[in-house]
Design a protein around this ligand. Sequence first.
Ligand code: FES
Ligand code: FES
Length: 226
Amino acid sequence: MSDKNLVTGPESFPEPRFDDGALTQVASTKASRRQFIKGVIASGAVASSAAVFLTACEPGEQGAAPAAAGGVERLLTLNVNGQMRRVDVMPNETLAMTLRYKLNLTGTKLGCDRGECGACTVLLDDVAHYSCSTLTHAARNKAITTVEGLESESGELHPVQQAMIDELGPQCGFCTPGQIMSAVALLTANPNPTRDEARLAMSGNLCRCGAYDNYLNSVMRAAEMA
Ligand code: FES
Ligand code: FES
């Protein structure tokens, strides 16, 4: 099973559900189901190139918040998808909030915001974690990987992403980034899982559409491709 870090985080943040382009894009473009799935799975590339809602600050830049005397240093450098990102982080801020609303990495979804659904799953040092339940300050010295970080530099999808397209894994696609990250964590630790092992590893990711068999098929297909 994925190692979920269940540090309790605040529950008072606003939750802008279904605010990403992938879903509304479907209704407007009448894209085929395969095109839609491809769009959802590759949404990280779009998100990472969009304007930043709250820009991460460079050292010494206006808006950077130093630690109060005796307090926690707020200006952090995070290793996100292989890039060092400077960002001002409140002591009680969750990693999901930092990723989505300060670093504009909206591929990471917020579903329950309380460690129950897995939509917010990211990797910390290649281990799956719920980012809604992980304090950003606890991720300071970790290699953080989000769904945006899976593509190769040449734009080639990760084998898990490709397998999800090939198997038509997602339905609405909302849980898909979390499913992908849990599958990547599994295959990194165990490149040849049995179907039962894969089912167990994915058990922390809920799918409201009930596309569990599709996702399992995708994981097993990705294992064969690797
Ligand atoms: S949003 Fe993090 S587990 Fe549901
Ligand atoms: S595909 Fe819709 S919630 Fe999983």
